[in-house]
Ligand binder design. Structure first.
Ligand code: 1CP
Length: 354
């Protein structure tokens, strides 16, 4: 069993009143915590400057660069959490799977996984293979003061889609075909990915992250029946392996309105929600006991200030009718977002009663 080391062991401060962690545990925070998925990245000129000569995966495997990029949005926006700068394919890359992140495209897998032999050839992940990531976490813990650090991983389904399709996919057609045509290959691949994802998250917890998020970004492409049969058992195993880790577990996907009850069954502490349904409705669908995270449409950041404020106040209102609310976008910050709009959004959320 892997548990988060005691603060003293990490030479660290007590985060027991950090708004993110209080809200994630269903308590009453001093203010509504707010952070943004993809808060580090192309919306920030200081990020573009740092990344100019460095590939994405190289940046993820260079601890001082990872640390600096992770800190940029915390300094600039005053968000209530840092999220480790990394990517869902980093553990695959670290384990030796042929994968790259191609600018303008996303993750591309050199040899897509389609057969039982392909699955058998996949490596496991040893914690020392992600030493650059855990070293970056160690650097961050010294810099972050009272701001919690969120670690993350891709969930087995979303990783499987990249591995089977060979890259980003709109319809996930090869993935959905393989589940049915070759269930033993599917289940073998998902089993492998449970191991890699769990090892990656456990390494981050052991290095001292304060919360974890499991990104099943593309799960919303599935019917609820398929989700329950082909995906839920595996996400449950990942989250179950972290049940006693001592850190809140957030579980997020896009377009998951019909899946929220099943996703909640997978066992996370907080359910991330996109913008398609109201937060209070989402919390009910997720069983009515768990805090929720979300759910401003990232495109609304391009609207006029009055429209943006109205949306934020509506979401905060709906959030007050849930067991707990962590303010976030419904998906990642879009690259062309004006970073000053994000800074003002943080101020607005913090100015409102929790
Ligand atoms: O600040 C943060 O939030 C940390 C940054 C982060 C995170 C959480 C990155 C950096 N990647 C991720 C996770 C990730 N990667 C997800 C889950 C979150 C989500 O749904 O957005 C997914 C699906 C990926 C896959 C991925 N990596 C894509 C999407 C491609 C597709 O299928 O449409 C892309 C474009 C990447 C590359 C990537 N990851 C991160 C950045 C900043 C970039 C762009 C790389 C570059 O600048 O060249």
């Amino acid at each position: 069993m892997v548990t988060k080391p005691a603060p003293a062991a990490l030479g660290r401060r007590d985060l027991s009143t950090a708004p993110l962690l209080v809200a994630a545990r269903g308590g009453r925070p001093s203010r509504v915590p707010v952070w943004f998925m993809r808060q580090a990245g192309r919306s920030l000129p200081e990020y573009r400057a740092l990344r100019a000569d460095t590939g994405m995966l190289q940046a993820c495997m260079t601890p001082d660069l990872t640390c600096e990029i992770t800190l940029q949005p915390v300094r600039r926006h005053g968000v209530d959490a840092a999220i480790l700068f990394s990517d869902i394919v980093v553990p695959l890359y670290a384990a030796g799977v042929g994968v790259d992140i191609v600018p303008g495209t996303g993750p591309v897998v050199a040899k897509p996984v389609r057969t039982a032999a392909d699955v058998a050839a996949l490596p496991d992940l040893d914690a020392e293979q992600v030493a650059p990531v855990t070293d970056a976490i160690a650097l961050l813990l010294r810099e972050l003061g009272a701001t919690p650090l969120i670690g993350f991983a891709g969930a087995p389904f979303t990783l499987a889609s990249y591995m089977i399709e060979g890259g980003p996919s709109r319809n996930h057609e090869r993935t959905k075909a393989l589940m049915r045509a070759a269930p033993e290959v599917w289940h073998g691949l998902m089993d492998k990915l449970v191991g890699i994802t769990t090892s990656f998250l456990q390494a981050q917890v052991q290095a001292g992250v304060d919360a974890v998020q499991l990104f099943d970004s593309w799960a919303g492409a599935l019917s609820v029946r398929d989700y329950r049969q082909y995906v839920l058992p595996y996400s449950s195993r990942v989250l179950g392996a972290l049940a006693d880790a001592g850190v809140p577990r957030i579980h997020f996907g896009v377009g998951t309105g019909e899946l929220l009850g099943s996703m909640a069954e997978a066992g996370a502490d907080v359910i991330g929600v996109d913008w398609r349904i109201p937060l209070d409705d989402a919390a009910r669908r997720a069983g009515g006991t768990r805090p929720v995270q979300g759910n401003l449409d990232p495109a609304v950041l391009f609207a006029d200030p009055a429209s943006l404020e109205a949306e934020v106040l509506r979401i905060l209102d709906e959030g007050r009718r849930t067991p707990g609310h962590v303010f976030n976008l419904g998906h990642g910050v879009l690259p062309d977002t004006d970073p000053d709009v994000l800074t003002r959004l943080v101020e607005l959320v913090h100015s409102q009663n929790p």
